[in-house]
Design a protein around this ligand. Sequence first.
Ligand code: SAM
Length: 204
Amino acid sequence: MILLTSGSMNTAPPPTIPLLRGPVPLSHLFLHTFVRDGHRAVDATCGNGHDTLVLATLVGISGQVWGFDLQQQAINETSRRLTEAELLNRVTLLNIGHEKMAEHVSAPLQVVLFNLGYLPGGDRCIITRPETTGIALEKSLQLLASGGIVIVTVYPGHGGGAEEQSAVENWATTLDPRAYHSWRMGQANVTPDAPYLLLVQKVL
Ligand SMILES: C[S@@+](CC[C@H](N)C(=O)[O-])C[C@H]1O[C@@H](n2cnc3c(N)ncnc32)[C@H](O)[C@@H]1O
């Protein structure tokens, strides 16, 4: 007979312990490591605002976040979430494509975050595209502080996802290793087309 006590491995982890189900919580661990009070950060794909809220919390009262999304619905939902958390004053939300980020943000940036694909609960035909994602990734590197990071959650599984994966992989794998640390991280016990993380740190 197995007796379960409060110290047993079968009990749920306390709420402060992150559960690493897929790449998004893993990306948040990196945000917590790299983003400090006063930093500048970009959420390149606001969507429903979950990641923007994490960034807004981490940059503190003296920091600044810029959030981009092509869809007004996403900007509205992100705005609602930030207002509820009383953090909207740290965030500039832009209903503009992230490929134009250089015209709207102030460098140097500590983090630029991409969560590719379609808006959960929204129109699945509106997806991030390799051409514009590629431009935005290049701009991100130019705007990044030394030691700063670009994080990309890649979704190979939806229509158009494989093409975008190929473009983003080509970008990440051909960066000069003297200037950038480029990493790929994915959960091992999932299907091959499951989402995963790319992380690029600017050295110089
Ligand atoms: C997977 S969702 C992002 C999820 C979001 N990070 C969250 O926490 O809910 C991808 C978003 O990218 C947006 N998007 C697509 N192309 C874009 C572009 N060129 N510039 C900015 N956003 C874009 C979509 O409208 C969609 O809301």
